[in-house]
Ligand binder design. Structure first.
Ligand code: DC
Length: 221
């Protein structure tokens, strides 16, 4: 079984690129960020402040998260409901970043992430896939880009999906999330010693996908 780990900061293009690579290779794609987002959504729905560690931990016993593949797309389910598009808002991005600092949340999701990857060829993306979830992954990539390039992409995505947002808010939220993700005590975002760093600031999406697919293919040989 082959595991491809793709880590990097918010907006580096991980999920779009990982999805395409998984399709090309015929592997299963697993988006670990979507799981943190779903925990954030559950907290918001239950009126729990995502900075209230005890409150968030109290949700974990009844946490029912699943990832199901449907016609090539991945759906994330919370208590049997498809929440895939509900988790893509700036509010839930920040909630996800907050809950991801809590060790008990990471532990609960780690179990689900490893079991989803068990006995399958997978492309998994996140912040700690190479360093923590799948340390034995055959291919480890750290995908990054400048904060301006990442904020611009996230802004364009949100506008295209009909959300009303302002560029400076998106950029500030990205800076805040980078800070949260890199400075938290457990599993901070960092480059694994075996990872290949790919900077996509000056690459189009198509060029990024080609470059990374080529890297994966060359290294799988
Ligand atoms: O990739 P994303 O924007 O969907 O991730 C949402 C948040 O979840 C992000 O702020 C960091 C956190 N996260 C994490 O801590 N570990 C992962 N493996 C994936 C995401």
């Amino acid at each position: 079984m082959t595991k491809v780990a793709i880590d990097g900061p918010a907006g580096a293009g991980k999920s779009t690129i990982s999805k395409k690579i998984a399709k090309e290779l015929g592997y299963v794609y697993i988006d670990t960020g979507a799981m943190y987002r779903t925990v954030g959504l559950k907290a918001c729905r239950e009126g729990i402040d995502t900075l209230d560690t005890k409150g968030v931990i109290s949700l974990l016993d009844s946490l029912d998260i699943d990832i199901v593949a449907s016609s090539g797309e991945q759906k994330i389910m919370l208590d049997g409901e498809d929440v895939s598009s509900l988790i893509r808002t700036p509010e839930i991005s920040m909630a996800a970043s907050n809950v991801s600092k809590i060790p008990e949340v990471r532990q609960a999701l780690l179990k689900i992430q490893r079991s989803l990857a068990n006995d399958k060829d997978v492309v998994m993306d996140g912040r700690d896939v190479a360093t923590c979830i799948l340390p034995d992954a055959e291919i480890k990539i750290f995908l990054t880009a400048s904060v301006d390039a990442r904020a611009k992409r996230r802004y364009d995505e949100l506008i295209a999906s009909g959300k009303e947002v302002n560029f400076d808010d998106v950029k500030n939220e990205m800076i805040q999330r980078d800070h949260n993700d890199s400075t938290r005590e457990v599993s901070p975002l960092k480059i694994d010693k075996d990872a290949t760093v790919i900077d996509t600031s000056d690459l189009s999406l198509e060029d990024s996908i080609n470059k990374i697919t080529e890297h994966v293919r060359n290294n799988l040989k």
